[in-house]
Write a protein of this length. Structure first.
Length: 602
């Protein structure tokens, strides 16, 4: 289902009533009035009807941003009529303030007790009247009210005379297309400090993304302090790069206050060395082996350092139970991600217990080994004594079902996160009855396109011009830099991904939403925000109101000014988003489009 764009909603009887604001994500339904600006009280505007502290605190943050920023949008949408002639439309720097002032907001929340969990109603309405002093917000739940505030933040702008205004009366009715709209951060490859995690959550709240998937650890480091196994953090990068239990709870508190769920991931049985080997070296296979990708018989991991849990060792499950149970006591979301990706069979060639198991029965294969993991780990993951949550639903990477090797039988109530083979794997999983979260690497992996990162790799240092391609002697000088997932995923590529286009209605209903991962081999505090933002905002609109206009046409050209402006808004709110274009393009709407015809790219 797709809804009219913001700009389409500006057209009344063929007349365009241009406004400077162009909120992202585009609301599903917007109707602007024509009676002129409404002055907005920037000193002591009252909030009425807040049902709980989450709502009142969220409004305090939103109002603080409104009154401190006095936001001036720089990237404004030109009227359609101006598309045929350049230079493009630029609104007046100053606008006449309304004769009456909006002095209060009334919030009506139908169910203020609804928990922040998957599927909670996030819809809201905003009504800014042509006359009167009261803005009215309605929402089914607390979380819809928070989204209304972030939209209102973008609607209230400087009037150019020291005051604030909303440019026209406006009515908004808004709700997301998908209940799962997320990003993923990885604190296993490089440590991410709490302030930078908070910064990502701030960007998520402003763009209405609602799931932070936190890949807590990986083979390279274990940064989580564990009461059950204190020795695990001996494999943290340093004593200063460890999350205490209170740190984790602080992140949960910060995220919940902004309408963001936090789903933890502990990757198992692959990508598991650091931390686990401190519990007991016998529960980790091939630890400290050579991971080789140049000599395949020695290959034990897709990247250094190797290590996978010993699936056949009973001690493994004792450790898994204690780690999972302890983290389940901290992370309160109904979803918990238990990994399951990229199992390397070469690792188990170095496992005495595994090679003996295969030798004892020649009919056994690695699919059977993974089935052994499923059969023995799932009872741990689903036991309410461990989950502390009777509504627990597991997530796994799709490899457990689609890769080679894979388990023979995986329950259909496990959510599969699909990252390979794009629409083909989405179709494969949904047609088999699995719910999926789409993270297709060819569209959504934000770490891609920066070249490979392991040293002493000749693919990164190609100095020879490849053969001519299509008559172009300069084609692809230097190759792809050894990056398996090149090219860089532009905001246009992210936004244009029609991931459900080949699905039946029943299959499409199993797509819970989307997630953009940012694996951290080449990211830490210094780069995480610039790699995440504003590209994640393209994902936010794709999953909130879609990438099509009312006529079913692609609206990526329309998104241009919206995302350029939103980047500026992120920076103004403390999120270090990277620039997408020269500022000239920001200030001259569509002057930097490749095609003179605005409808050329649809």
């Amino acid at each position: 289902m797709h809804f009219p764009s913001v700009f389409a909603a500006l057209c009344v009887s063929g007349v365009v009533n241009a406004v400077a604001v162009n909120p992202l994500p585009a609301p599903t339904s917007v109707t602007w009035g024509t009676s002129g600006p409404r002055a907005f009280n920037g000193r002591n505007l009252a909030l009425n009807g807040a049902p709980n502290n989450v709502v009142s605190d969220a409004w305090s943050r939103a109002y603080g941003a409104i009154t401190s920023l006095h936001w001036v949008p720089q990237a404004t949408e030109a009227p359609i009529a101006t598309y045929a002639v350049f230079p493009t439309y630029t609104p007046s720097a100053k606008s006449k303030r309304g004769t009456t002032t909006l002095n209060s907001i009334t919030v009506q929340v139908a169910d203020s007790n609804a928990a922040l969990q998957h599927g909670v109603d996030e819809s809201y309405t905003i009504s800014v009247p042509a006359t009167g002093e009261v803005i009215t917000i309605t929402a089914k739940t607390t979380w819809g009210a928070l989204h209304a505030f972030t939209t209102l933040q973008q609607l209230v702008i400087s009037d150019g005379n020291g005051g604030l205004m909303i440019e026209q009366p406006v009515s908004i009715s808004d709700a997301p297309l998908y209940p799962y709209r997320g990003i993923m951060i990885d604190s296993g490859r490089n440590f991410i400090t709490l302030p930078k995690i908070y910064e990502q959550i701030d960007g998520m709240a402003l763009s209405k993304l609602n799931v932070l998937h936190w890949h807590l650890d990986d083979a390279q480091s274990w940064p989580i302090q564990m009461a059950s196994y204190p020795s695990m953090t001996l494999d943290a990068y340093s004593a200063n790069e460890i999350y205490s239990a209170q740190n984790l709870r602080d992140v949960l508190s910060y995220a919940t206050a902004r309408g963001v769920r936090v789903i933890p991931e502990v990757d198992m049985p692959g990508h598991a060395s650091s931390g686990w080997k401190q519990i007991d070296p016998s529960i980790v296979a091939c630890a400290d082996s050579w991971w080789s990708n140049d000599n395949w018989p020695l290959h034990t991991a897709v990247e250094p350092n190797p290590g996978q849990l010993e699936i056949l060792n009973p001690k493994t499950y004792t450790a898994v139970q204690k780690v999972y149970s302890e983290l389940s006591g901290i992370f309160t979301d109904n979803f918990f991600h238990v990994g399951g990706d990229e199992l390397q069979t070469g690792c188990y060639n170095l496992s005495t217990i595994t090679t003996a198991w295969f030798a004892a029965n020649s009919s056994r294969n690695y699919d059977d080994l993974l089935q052994y993991w499923i059969d023995n780990a799932l009872p741990i993951f689903t036991n309410t004594a461990n989950t502390r949550n009777s509504k627990r639903q597991l997530m796994m990477w799709e490899d457990m079902v689609t890769a080679a090797p894979h388990a023979n039988s995986v329950p259909k109530d496990i959510i599969m996160q699909t990252w390979n083979n794009g629409p083909f794997n989405i179709k494969t999983l949904t047609s088999a009855g699995y719910q999926v979260v789409v993270s297709s690497s060819d569209w959504f992996y934000l770490d891609c396109g920066f070249g490979g990162w392991v040293s002493n790799d000749p693919r990164y240092d190609v100095q020879v011009n490849p053969d001519e391609v299509d008559g172009n002697p300069n084609f692809n000088w230097g190759g792809n830099g050894g990056s398996w997932c090149a090219p860089y995923k532009t905001w246009q590529r992210i936004y244009d991904y029609d991931f459900a286009s080949n699905l039946t209605k029943e299959e499409a209903s199993l797509v819970l939403g989307v997630e953009a991962p940012l694996w951290s081999e080449q990211s830490d505090d210094t780069t995480i925000s610039s790699k995440m933002w504003p590209r994640a905002a393209a994902l936010a609109e794709l999953s909130w109101s879609g990438n099509k206009n009312a006529a079913g046409e692609n609206r990526v050209t329309e998104l241009t000014q919206r995302i350029l402006n939103f980047r500026e808004y992120l920076v103004a709110n403390g999120v270090a988003a990277t620039p997408l274009m020269p500022k000239y393009c920001l200030q001259h709407p569509h002057a930097c489009d490749l095609y003179y015809n605005q409808a050329a790219v649809v």
